[in-house]
Design a protein around this ligand. Structure first.
Ligand code: PHE
Ligand code: CO
Length: 293
């Protein structure tokens, strides 16, 4: 490591992280309260009754939609978040999670820089934004908030295979950073952890957090006739751009978390080189001869 200033160093200097994607808004959240690794205490006293009420209403609305659309592992684990009527205490959830898969959740003020994020995942610590969206953002919030991070991401961390995949992703991220391949690796996160679909004996189901915490996209992703759904293929996925401001035009379908874990186990160094030599695909594009779901 050189001693020159480096925004990838993961050291919090009290400034919001550089974020990627469109938009000039600085990230929301109080970064002055974060530690050097960007984690912070969950300031439970910040939540008022209105915040707990939003949590309860969001939770109830999503829970009703899960049968037939969310994968069974998610449905079975969601109760591990605790009572749906209050924003959970991170420490309580962590205690259960630690016993199940050795993961913990840690508070963060909001989006954090890539390297800091990868490092936390590699340590089996999942960063959860501590603030709750405002009432006027009930249907759509631009940045991840405590509801998305907890409800969307935490239940599957109770699944041993998925939990291992997330850690492997974190380690892979630290390597991708050195190889200047973060954009390609981020697509993998986006199309699996955030917007992934899984083929089950009962039919197609969602396992991605961005889908599971969304009021409209859950049904859309699984059932909309105009959404492109293609089988998981690592290089095909890494070539595909994604959308951050609308429903996804393309979803990738895995057969099992084991398939996902096995497909991502090999060293990605040659994969990045191969993908960098191929054309980029737009979201929604279907290749000749490609099987869709
Ligand atoms: N095998 C990947 C690499 O060499 C690590 C990884 C695993 C990345 C799982 C993402 C998900 O970079
Ligand atoms: Co997310």
């Amino acid at each position: 490591m050189s001693s020159a200033p480096d925004f990838h160093s993961g050291i919090n200097q009290g400034v919001p992280p550089v974020t990627y994607g469109e938009g000039s808004r600085p990230p929301r959240g109080d970064y002055a309260k974060a530690r050097a690794d960007y984690t912070c205490e969950q300031d439970y006293a910040q939540y008022g009754e209105a915040d707990h009420d939003i949590y309860r209403r969001l939770y109830t609305r999503q829970l009703q939609q899960l049968p037939g659309l969310a994968c069974e592992d998610f449905i079975n684990a969601v109760q591990q978040l605790g009572a749906p009527d209050r924003i959970p205490r991170f420490d309580d959830v962590s205690e259960r999670l630690m016993r199940a898969t050795g993961w913990q959740i840690v508070g963060v003020p909001g989006l954090i820089p890539e390297e800091a994020f990868f490092k936390l995942l590699a340590e089996r610590r999942f960063p959860v934004t501590d603030w709750m969206r405002k009432p006027e953002e009930f249907d759509y919030v631009v940045e991840p908030d405590v509801f998305h991070d907890l409800f969307g991401h935490v239940p599957l961390l109770f699944d041993p295979t998925f939990a291992d995949y997330m850690q492997a992703y974190g380690k892979g991220g630290m390597k991708a950073s050195r190889l200047n391949a973060c954009e390609l690796l981020t697509r993998l996160y986006w199309y699996t952890v955030e917007f992934g679909l899984i083929q089950t004996p009962q039919g197609l189901r969602a396992y991605g957090a961005g889908i599971l915490s969304s009021a409209g996209e859950l049904k859309h992703s699984v059932t909309a006739p105009d959404a492109v759904r293609v089988g998981f293929d690592l290089q095909r996925l890494m070539r595909t751009r994604y959308r951050i401001d609308s429903y996804q035009a393309t979803y990738f379908v895995i057969d099992s978390f084991q398939q996902l874990f096995d497909a991502t186990r090999p060293d990605f160094t040659p994969v990045y080189t191969a993908v960098q030599g191929q054309s980029v695909l737009e979201a929604g594009q279907v290749l000749a001869g490609e099987r869709t779901f």
